[in-house]
Ligand binder design. Structure first.
Ligand SMILES: [Zn+2]
Length: 347
């Protein structure tokens, strides 16, 4: 996950319209519609699969056991193979490996592989779910300076979102979804820097590449919207509507938070608006797909990211099955409450 507060001013300069002069600080932005959005239709599908938190936890643990998933390292290569093999095994219609070489902020080449698992490819309505599987090469927020050049374990920052999406993919294979689902395990999200002009462009390199090389043949195939999961496994995590999500895709936030309420998870998915985060969803929105980010960025202890963020302490000890379960439950509610358009193509 990218930096939280120091970047928000730069990204706002890029994203805000002239009407946005009041948003000099995301924390001063008035609370959004909070829990007031109640106009979403009630669920029409009753057989929503149960999210298996033990399974998701195992997927998180498995990634951490591979070692840091830093680009151009064996741990990253192990994770690539594991993702591709299992997404195929779960029954994805197709798994695309989008390989390329990009360059980090210091000009170093990074071999990336965006992995896209497509379910129900014949559907005309599609949803994109994404999470980054790379991990930060430097624990530069660690309290011990001796750790600043070491790679983080990335249990929450990387593995948690992927773990939830892997369990989601497994469920998609067992219970075909009513709409098309594309799961994007995106790469090179977390190798950026906060220093320098346009530093936000040094983050989310895999997603930037994906948006420049979309695997869709026509506009009809484009996802209707996207949901990003990042840092969704921490002990005691709560989520509010992230600033850029609310600014550019408020209707998707409303859909997600309504699903959480209907699932009885409003203690986890709280009302009101949270801070802004430069993350993959910013670039998905820039590319024209409304996208939101479910992310822990208002930790009770720090007021921003959790205290182990970008440190060596981001390990399995801070992962909580109940957080994974609640996020995964909301994702499955979203998927299985979607209805296929009447014009959906027949298989
Ligand atoms: Zn990060």
């Amino acid at each position: 996950m990218t930096h939280l507060l120091s970047l928000i001013f730069a990204i706002m300069a890029c994203l805000c319209t002239g009407a946005c002069s009041g948003c000099a600080s995301n924390r001063q932005t008035p609370a959004a519609d909070g829990d007031a959005a109640v106009s979403e239709p009630q669920p029409t599908v009753t057989d929503i699969p149960a999210f298996d938190a033990d399974s998701a936890y195992a997927y998180v643990s498995r990634q951490v056991a591979m070692g840091p998933r830093v680009n151009n390292t064996p741990g990253h290569a192990r994770c690539e193979r594991w993702l591709v093999e299992n997404l195929r095994r779960f029954g994805a219609d197709t798994v695309i490996e989008q390989k390329a070489t990009v360059h980090d902020h210091a000009g170093r080449p990074l071999d990336i592989n965006n992995i896209i698992a497509r379910f129900n490819t014949s559907a005309s309505r599609r949803i994109l779910l994404l999470a980054h599987y790379d991990t930060r090469p430097t624990a530069d927020q660690d309290p011990d300076p001796a750790n600043h050049d070491k790679p983080v374990p990335g249990a929450n920052d990387g593995a948690s979102g992927v773990g939830v999406l892997m369990e989601t993919a497994r469920q998609l294979g067992l219970t075909p979804p009513p709409v098309g689902i594309d799961i994007l395990m995106t790469d090179a999200e977390d190798a950026g820097t906060d220093e320098g002009e346009n530093s936000e462009l040094t983050w989310a390199l895999g997603t930037q590449y994906f948006m420049d090389h979309l695997p869709y043949a026509s506009a009809d195939e484009m996802p209707a919207y996207a949901i990003l999961l990042d840092m969704v496994g921490g002990v005691g995590a709560t989520f509010r509507r992230e600033y850029f999500s609310q600014r550019f895709a408020p209707e998707i936030n409303a859909k997600v938070w309504n699903a959480a309420r209907e699932a009885g998870l409003s203690a986890r998915f709280k009302g009101g608006q949270g801070p802004g985060v430069v993350d993959d969803h910013v670039f998905v929105n820039r590319g024209g797909i409304p996208a939101i980010d479910i992310i822990e960025c208002e930790n009770a202890q720090t007021g921003s990211f959790p205290p182990y963020w970008h440190t060596m302490a981001d390990d399995m000890s801070i992962i909580d099955r109940s957080t994974l379960r609640d996020v995964g439950t909301v994702v499955l509610h979203i998927i299985y409450n979607e209805t296929a358009p009447a014009s959906a193509k027949m298989p």
